[in-house]
Design a protein around this ligand. Structure first.
Ligand code: NDP
Length: 523
C-alpha cells in the first residue's frame, strides 16, 4: 500500500503490462474522465484517505494496475448507502419477476464481455486465460439460474391452520443489507454465487473482494449498473481484510455476512458477527479425500486424480489434495501420477502450452513451502516437486512444481492442514471400512471423490462420507442447480441451488384473522 502520487490520477486503472501478451484489458473511465474504483451509492468514489494499491500479475510480478484502497470510513459509507437503498429504495419492493429479468440481463452482458472479464481475472490471478473463460461461462450460468429461479416465483405458501376464519401465509422477504466477502482463487465466481442470489432476493449489499484480485468486481459493478440495478443496491469497497472487511462484519446496520475464504478468517468473522447476531453464511476450506479402490478404471482414475489436485495449482477449495489409494493399487498408481505430474507444463495465463499457472503471491508460495517442509520432517516421502521450477521463463512468477508426498499418515500436518497449493498427499488403505474412516478423519467436510466400478460400493461409501459434495467416478463438476457447501468446519449454510437463494431471504409468517371477536381471556 502506498499514498497516491500527486497530482492524483484518481482511480485510473490502466492495465499496462503485467503478464505476457495482450493489450490493456480496459481503462476505468467514465464519460472520458478518470474514474475511481470504489462504488458507493451509485457513484464511483476515491478512497477517503487517498490510499491506492498496486496489483501485480502473479505470473511475472509486474504491475498490472493501481486501484483505490478503502478504509473503515469507506466501508461505513458503503453500508450507509446499502442501508438507505434497502430501507427506502425501490429494489426490495420490486416484483420478483422483474428482479429475475435483471439477473438474466446481467448474464447476457457477461457473455457479451466475456473476454474482457476473463483477461482481467487472468491478470489478477495468473490463471490460464482459457480457464478464466470457462469460469465466465459458469458465472453467466449462475446469474441465469438465479434469474430463472427468482422469476419463476418464490412467493411463499398458504398454511392450512385448520381454522377457516384464518388466512395464513408464509412469505419470503429479502434479509436486508449483506456484506459479501470473497477470496482470490475464483474471484468473480465466488462473488457471483453471492451477488446473484442477493440481488435476486431483493437485498442490497457491500462487496469486499480479496485485496489481490479486485478487477472483475469493479467490472461487475459496471455491468450491474448497465443492466439497470438502482443506485445503492450494489456497493464495492476494495482493500485489506482487517481494515475494510472487518468493519463490514461488525456494523450493526448489516444483517447478513456471507464469506468465502480460509477457516481461520471464518472463525474470526463468526465471532465478530456474534454481538449483533448477524446471519452468517460461511464457505471455508477443505481437505478433500479422493478414494481410489482397486476395482477402478486405472487410467481414468489417474487422469482425474491429477486434475483433482493440480487444477489452478491446487488453489481450489475442493481440490482433491488427499489421495487415498487401495494398497493393492498403490505402487503402480502413484508411479503413474508422479510420471504425469512431472510433465505438467507451467506458464503464464497467455502461454497456450501451459497447463497450470503460478500461486497467487510470494507469501502464499512461502506458506506452501513451509507446509511441504513440515510434511517431510514428519516422514512423508517426496516423490516429485517440492521446489520452485528452475526454468528461467518462470523466474519472476510465484511458481511451484506439482508435488507428490507419499507414505503419509493421519497424524501428519500435511494430512490435517490445507496447503491450497499443488501438493498431493498419498495414504494407503486396505479395506473399505478403513478408507471411509481415513476420509472422515478431518475437521473439514467440503467434498470427496470415490473411484470404483461397483455401483453398490459407490453408494455405500458416498452415504458414509461426511462431505457437502461427493463425486463418484468424477471430480470437481458442479451445477448452479445443486447446493454447494461444507459439513463440519468447512462452513455454515449452502450456496447455489434453492438453499443458496434461501440464505438471502427471511421467512415471514403472516396471520390474518378474517373474523376477529373478543376472546374474553381475562374475564
Ligand atoms: P482469507 O480467509 O484470507 O480471505 C478471504 C477474504 O476475507 C478476503 O477478501 C480477505 O481480505 C477477507 N478477510 C481477511 N480477514 C478478514 C477479517 N478479519 N474480516 C473480514 N474479512 C477478512 O482467504 P484467502 O483469500 O486466502 O482464500 C483462500 C482460502 O479460502 C482457502 O483457505 C480456501 O480453502 C478458502 N476458500 C474456500 C472456498 C469454498 O467454497 N469453501 C472457495 C474459495 C476459497 P484480503 O484478502 O483482501 O485481505
Amino acid at each position: 500500500m502506498r499514498a497516491r502520487p500527486t497530482p492524483p490520477t484518481l482511480g485510473t486503472v490502466t492495465v499496462t503490462k503485467g503478464c505476457p501478451a495482450g493489450p490493456p484489458v480496459h481503462e476505468h473511465r467514465h464519460g472520458g474522465s478518470p474514474m475511481p474504483e470504489l462504488f458507493i451509492g451509485g457513484q464511483w468514489t476515491a478512497a477517503a484517505d487517498g490510499e491506492v494499491r498496486e496489483i501485480r500479475c502473479p505470473a511475472d510480478g509486474t504491475p498490472v494496475a493501481t486501484v483505490d484502497e478503502a478504509g473503515a470510513a469507506d466501508a461505513a459509507a458503503a453500508v450507509t448507502a446499502a442501508r438507505a437503498a434497502f430501507d427506502d429504495g425501490p429494489w426490495p419492493r420490486t416484483p420478483a419477476a422483474e428482479r429475475g429479468r435483471l439477473l438474466l440481463r446481467v448474464a447476457d452482458l457477461l457473455e457479451r464481455d466475456k473476454d474482457t472479464y476473463a483477461r482481467a481475472e487472468s491478470l489478477d490471478t495468473g490463471k490460464r486465460f482459457v480457464e478464466s473463460r470457462y469460469d465466465m461461462d459458469d458465472i453467466a450460468n449462475c446469474f441465469r439460474y438465479f434469474g430463472d429461479l427468482v422469476a419463476s416465483g418464490n412467493d411463499g405458501r398458504v398454511v392450512d391452520t385448520g381454522q377457516p376464519e384464518v388466512d395464513s401465509r408464509v412469505v419470503y422477504e429479502p434479509v436486508g443489507v449483506c456484506s459479501l466477502i470473497t477470496p482470490w482463487n475464483y474471484p468473480l465466481l465466488q462473488t457471483a454465487w453471492k451477488v446473484a442470489p442477493a440481488v435476486g432476493a431483493g437485498d442490497t449489499f457491500v462487496l469486499k473482494p480479496s485485496e489481490l484480485t479486485p478487477h472483475t468486481a469493479i467490472l461487475l459493478m459496471r455491468t450491474l449498473t448497465e443492466a439497470g440495478l438502482p443506485d445503492g443496491v450494489a456497493n464495492l469497497v476494495l482493500g485489506a481484510g482487517g481494515a475494510v472487511g472487518a468493519p463490514l462484519t461488525t456494523d450493526e446496520r448489516v444483517d447478513l455476512v456471507s464469506f468465502t475464504g480460509g477457516l481461520a478468517t471464518g472463525r474470526r468473522i463468526m465471532a465478530a458477527a456474534a454481538p449483533t447476531v448477524k446471519k452468517i453464511a460461511l464457505e471455508l476450506g477443505g481437505k478433500n479425500p479422493n478414494l481410489v479402490f482397486a476395482d477402478t478404471d486405472f487410467d481414468t482414475a489417474v487422469d482425474y486424480a491429477l486434475m483433482a489436485v493440480f487444477l489452478h495449482s491446487g488453489q481450489v477449495c475442493s481440490a482433491g489434495a488427499r489421495l487415498l489409494v487401495d494398497d493393492e493399487l498403490h505402487d503402480d498408481f502413484v508411479d503413474e501420477i508422479v510420471r504425469r505430474a512431472r510433465a505438467i507444463r507451467l506458464g503464464g495465463p497467455f502461454d497456450e502450452d501451459a497447463r497450470s499457472g503460478p500461486l497467487i503471491s510470494a507469501e502464499h508460495r512461502d506458506k506452501v513451502e513451509k507446509y511441504v517442509a513440515a510434511g517431510l520432517a514428519e516422514g512423508a516421502v517426496l516423490r516429485c516437486g517440492g521446489e520452485r521450477p528452475d526454468d528461467p521463463r518462470l523466474r519472476d512468477g510465484f511458481f511451484y512444481l506439482p508435488t507428490v508426498l507419499d507414505e503419509c499418515s493421519p497424524g501428519m500436518s500435511v494430512i490435517r492442514d490445507e496447503s491450497f497449493g499443488p501438493v498431493l498427499t498419498v495414504e494407503r488403505f486396505r479395506t473399505e471400512e478403513e478408507a471411509v474412516a481415513l476420509a472422515n478423519d478431518t475437521v473439514y467436510g467440503l467434498a470427496a471423490g470415490v473411484w470404483t466400478q461397483s455401483v453398490e460400493r459407490s453408494h455405500r461409501v458416498a452415504a458414509r462420507l461426511r462431505a457437502g459434495t461427493v463425486w463418484i467416478n468424477d471430480f470437481h463438476p458442479y451445477v448452479p442447480q445443486a447446493e454447494w457447501g461444507g459439513m463440519k468446519q468447512s462452513g455454515v449454510g449452502r450456496e447455489l441451488g434453492p438453499a443458496g437463494l434461501a440464505e438471502y431471504q427471511e421467512a415471514k409468517h403472516i396471520w390474518r384473522n378474517t373474523a376477529p371477536r373478543p376472546q374474553r381471556w381475562f374475564e
